[in-house]
Design a protein around this ligand. Structure first.
Ligand SMILES: Cc1cc2nc3c(=O)[nH]c(=O)nc-3n(C[C@H](O)[C@H](O)[C@H](O)COP(=O)(O)OP(=O)(O)OC[C@H]3O[C@@H](n4cnc5c(N)ncnc54)[C@H](O)[C@@H]3O)c2cc1C
Length: 485
C-alpha cells in the first residue's frame, strides 16, 4: 500500500486524509500541536468553553457530502440560524440580518429605508456570480491547462462581465443600494476572507449569496465539534494521527519528495499533502527558491486581535453573532492595509456561542469572543497597544449596551496575530493567506499541486480556492480529484 504523509490537522488536512484513505492509501497526519484542528480550536476556563477561531458555519453540505462519500452515518449535528448577525451601526441603528431573504429585505426596509427590491437585486446578483463561478473557481483547479478547455470554464469566461471583476465590491454595492448602512453591511463580506471591500473585486459579493441564499448554521456542540466528528470518521477509516509531530523538512530526489523529516526522524513517503500555511511551507519545510514561490507576492489577508471574556451576566439584547461597526469604514481598511496599524474606532465582532450551546457558559453567564481586525505584520503588538485596544472596545461596547461591561468580565484570555501564528502556523497571523485585494487574486493563489514536485499537493486556507471552512473542504476535494502518486 502506498503511503501518504499529511502535514497538519487543520480541517482541510483531515478532509484530504479521509478522501485519500478511501482510495486505499496508508495515510498519516503529522500535527505539531498536541491536538487536531489548527485554527479551529477550543479552550476552557472557569466553566466557560471558547471556540477560538471560526464561528460562522456555512455550506455544511460539504461535510454531509464527505460522510456520504464514505458511506457513514452523519454524526455532526447543526442547526440553521434565523438571524445570522445583529448589526449595530455607529448612528445607533440596529439591524438583524435574517437568512430568509424576504424577512431580511423587510428588516432592511423598516430599519434603514432601503427598498426591498434592492436587497433582492443584490442577492440575485450574488447568486448569478455563484452559479457562474462555483464549479470553475471553487470546486476545480484553475491551474491546469485542461481546466481551461472545459465547457463550464468557457461559459464563465464568456460571461466575465457578470462576474464583476472590473469593479470593486464597494463600487458595486454603492450602485445597487441606497442607504450607506446597507452598503457597509454588504461591504463587510470582504472581511470573510480578510480583504478590503474598497479594493477587492466585486466578484467577492458571491459571499452574500452563500450566507443568505444558502444559509448560515451553527453546530449544536460548537465549532470544535466539526473537528471532533471528522477526526472520529478519519480514525474509524484507519487514518493515523501523530501529535507533537512537527515536519521540519522534506527530502527530495529529482522531482519527487522521498521523505518527511518529523521530529528529526526520516519517514519515507510516496506522496505528501501539506495543510500548512503556504508561506510557512516554503520558508520552513522546503527552504528553496522554487517555481511555486511566485504565488506568494500578493498582500496578506488581515489578522485579528481577540479577547475571550467569561461574562458573569447574560445580555438578551445580543445574538449569537453581533457586529458593532466603525463610523468610517474606509478609514478602518486604510489603517489595516496601508498604514498597517490597528484602527482607533474598530468594527467589533462579538460572538457568543453560549447563546446556542447552553453548556458553553455557567448559568446566567455568557462566553464572549470579542474580535477586531488587525493588520498582518511581522512586528508583534505591544502590551500597551493591546491594553489600549481593550479599553477602546470596552468603551464602545459599554456605550452601545448602556452599561459598564468591564465589571462583568470574570475571566479572560487574549489572542494576537503573534499567538495565532504560533498556534496555527499562519504566516504573520494572516487568517486566510493571501487577501483577495486584486482582480487576479483567484489566479494568484498557490495551486493545489506543486509546480516543482510530482507527488506533492497542497490544501487549506492559504492555497486555492481560499480561506474559510467551506473553501478548505473544497481544496481537499480538488486534491482528491488530481492526486496521482
Ligand atoms: C480568528 C479566526 C476566525 C475565523 N472565522 C472564520 C469563520 O467564521 N468561518 C470560516 O469558515 N472560517 C473562519 N476562519 C478561517 C478558518 O478557520 C480557516 O480557513 C481554516 O480553519 C483553515 O484550515 P486549514 O485546513 O487551512 O488548516 P489550519 O487551521 O491553518 O491548520 C494547519 C495545521 O497545520 C499544523 N502545522 C503547521 N506547520 C506544521 C508542521 N511543520 N508540522 C506539522 N504540523 C504543522 C498547525 O499546527 C495546524 O494545526 C477563521 C480563522 C480564524 C483564525
Amino acid at each position: 500500500m502506498k503511503t501518504v504523509s499529511v502535514i497538519g490537522s487543520g480541517i482541510a488536512g483531515i478532509a484530504a486524509a479521509i478522501r485519500l484513505r478511501l482510495k486505499n492509501y496508508d495515510v498519516t497526519i503529522y500535527e505539531k500541536n498536541d491536538k487536531p484542528g489548527g485554527k479551529i480550536y477550543e479552550f476552557e476556563i472557569n466553566g466557560f468553553r471558547f471556540d477560538t477561531g471560526p464561528s460562522l458555519f456555512t455550506m455544511p453540505g460539504l461535510i454531509d457530502e464527505l460522510f456520504d462519500e464514505v458511506g457513514q452515518q452523519h454524526t455532526l449535528q447543526y442547526s440553521p440560524l434565523d438571524v445570522v448577525c445583529r448589526y449595530h451601526f455607529a448612528n445607533g441603528k440596529v439591524v438583524d440580518s435574517y437568512t430568509d431573504v424576504e424577512k431580511f429585505a423587510a428588516e432592511m426596509n423598516e430599519k434603514l429605508g432601503e427598498p426591498r427590491a434592492n436587497i433582492h437585486a443584490c442577492l440575485h446578483h450574488s447568486r448569478k456570480i455563484y452559479d457562474l463561478t462555483a464549479d470553475v473557481f471553487l470546486f476545480d483547479t484553475i491551474h491546469k491547462f485542461r481546466s481551461y478547455l472545459k465547457p463550464k470554464f468557457l461559459k464563465s469566461m464568456l460571461r466575465i462581465g457578470r462576474l464583476d471583476p472590473f469593479k470593486t465590491m464597494h463600487q458595486r454595492n454603492t450602485a445597487l443600494l441606497t442607504s450607506p448602512e446597507a452598503v457597509q453591511l454588504f461591504d463587510r463580506y470582504a472581511t470573510y476572507n480578510g480583504s478590503n471591500p474598497y479594493v477587492a473585486p466585486a466578484t467577492l459579493n458571491v459571499i452574500s449569496h452563500i450566507e443568505h441564499n444558502m444559509g448560515a448554521f451553527f453546530p449544536d456542540k460548537g465549532m470544535y465539534s466539526i473537528v471532533d466528528e471528522l477526526v472520529k470518521l478519519a480514525t474509524k477509516l484507519g487514518v493515523k494521527f501523530s501529535y507533537n509531530a512537527q515536519v521540519d523538512l522534506l527530502l527530495t530526489r529529482d522531482n519527487r519528495v522521498t521523505h518527511a523529516v518529523v521530529n528529526g526522524q526520516q519517514i519515507p513517503c510516496d506522496g505528501v499533502v501539506s495543510d500548512m500555511d503556504i508561506r510557512k511551507f516554503y520558508t520552513h519545510v522546503l527552504q528553496k527558491k522554487m517555481k511555486g514561490t511566485k504565488y506568494l507576492n500578493d498582500d496578506l489577508s488581515t489578522s485579528a486581535l481577540i479577547f475571550y471574556w467569561g461574562m458573569n451576566k447574560s445580555f438578551p439584547q445580543l445574538q449569537l453573532h453581533n457586529i458593532f461597526f466603525a463610523e468610517n469604514y474606509k478609514a478602518e481598511f486604510d489603517s489595516l492595509f496601508q498604514t498597517k496599524t490597528l484602527y482607533n474606532d474598530p468594527t467589533i465582532y462579538v460572538f457568543i456561542s453560549s447563546k446556542h450551546v447552553k453548556t458553553d457558559a455557567p448559568d446566567g453567564c455568557e462566553n464572549w469572543f470579542v474580535m477586531v481586525n488587525a493588520p498582518s505584520v511581522g512586528n508583534k503588538l505591544t502590551q500597551t497597544q493591546i491594553a489600549e485596544m481593550r479599553e477602546t472596545i470596552l468603551q464602545k461596547l459599554s456605550l452601545a449596551l448602556g452599561e459598564n461591561i468591564e465589571e462583568y468580565i470574570g475571566c479572560e484570555k487574549t489572542a494576537t496575530p503573534e499567538s495565532i501564528e504560533f498556534t496555527s502556523g499562519a504566516f504573520q497571523g494572516a487568517l486566510y493567506g493571501n487577501s483577495s485585494n486584486s482582480m487576479f487574486a483567484a489566479f494568484n493563489r498557490h495551486p493545489n499541486f506543486s509546480p516543482d514536485f510530482k507527488n506533492l499537493y497542497f490544501v487549506g486556507g492559504s492555497v486555492h480556492p481560499g480561506g474559510g471552512i467551506p473553501l478548505c473542504l473544497a481544496s481537499a476535494k480538488i486534491v482528491d480529484s488530481i492526486f496521482d502518486v
